[in-house]
Ligand binder design. Structure first.
Ligand SMILES: O=C(O)CCC(=O)C(=O)O
Length: 295
């Protein structure tokens, strides 16, 4: 399926950059055919009618778990796997989730966050990645509508993954989670102090259609408003991956969702949650995905 992805050979410096900072822009990763296919996928998908409250962000359309042949053909293509192998010391990464976003003019999207909700099924120290694929050109000086991100060397979100993992295992967590102290703690979005540091150290790039951005799970990122202009909206498709050696954590996913007081209905489509029906803590996720997807 190489009509969907281009061959990219990364230099030693680029691989080192990704390892040091946790993000990398991948120029011309996808072909026009792939981008057209993803646009169609998003346009035909149903937006979540009532997104759970914890997905708070200003966005006009968000579709979770959107995956069809086009998605599978992209992540299974030799060129695509080769790029991920180059960036993961040949461990590779397994696809777990596809999400579509559409941002209208003047909408803000999501404030500074990390992807703990998408990756709470993974052991806190194990790696996972977000591939952000803008389906419209991003021109910072014109309409913007792209993403801002910060090197994990400057400010990493790693401690949120660690502290949530410890927190949910404390015996008296249910009492503590009812207190005002806990309710005032936002573990998904940056605090004012973090926001100050992140705003001062943000990196932003222009993207042509076909370029993509790979982010490690500890990298803070936020949407940038789409200014009024020629584009009525900006669409993006996001693919979430787990490192092929990442281990499952039932403790973490169940604990994290209980902190959000989510109902089982919110979790019906959550692959991490569904995986818990047959994975044990510590099982390698990628070994079990193929069987899961056949169910
Ligand atoms: O496309 C966007 O504006 C939001 C994407 C994002 O923040 C994410 O996938 O975590």
């Amino acid at each position: 399926m190489n009509s969907l992805t281009n061959q990219i050979t990364l230099s030693q410096e680029e691989k080192q950059f990704f390892s040091d900072h946790g993000f990398i822009k991948l120029k011309k990763l996808l072909t026009t055919e792939a981008v057209d296919g993803l646009r169609k996928l998003i346009s035909n998908s149903n937006a979540m009618k009532a997104p759970p409250e914890f997905y708070s962000g200003e966005i006009s359309k968000m579709g979770y778990d959107i995956e069809e042949a086009i998605t599978r053909d992209i992540y299974s293509s030799a060129n695509f796997k080769n790029v991920l192998n180059q960036l993961t010391n040949n461990r590779g990464a397994a696809f777990i989730q596809g999400i579509g976003f559409e941002l209208d003019a003047n909408q803000k999207g999501f404030h500074w966050h990390h992807d703990i909700l998408s990756f709470c099924c993974v052991m806190p120290e194990d790696l996972a990645y977000t591939l952000w694929i803008p389906l419209d050109p991003i021109n910072i000086k014109e309409q913007h509508g792209g993403l801002s991100y910060v090197s994990h060397k400057v400010c990493s979100a790693r401690h949120y993954f660690d502290i949530v993992y410890q927190l949910v295992q404390q015996e008296n967590i249910s009492e503590f989670s009812k207190t005002e102290e806990f309710k005032n703690w936002d573990f998904q979005y940056a605090s004012p102090v973090e926001t100050f540091v992140l705003d001062n150290n943000k990196v932003e790039d222009d993207f042509e259609v076909g370029d993509a951005l790979l982010l490690g799970k500890f990298v803070w990122h936020k949407s940038c408003s789409l200014k009024e202009g020629e584009l009525p909206s900006r669409k993006a498709y996001v693919m979430r991956f787990v490192d092929c050696q990442a281990r499952y954590s039932k403790v973490s996913i169940e604990g994290t969702y209980s902190l959000l007081n989510s109902s089982t209905k919110d979790l019906d489509s959550d692959i991490g949650y569904q995986l818990g029906k047959f994975l044990q803590d510590g099982d390698i996720i990628s070994d079990n995905l193929a069987n899961f997807k056949k169910l």
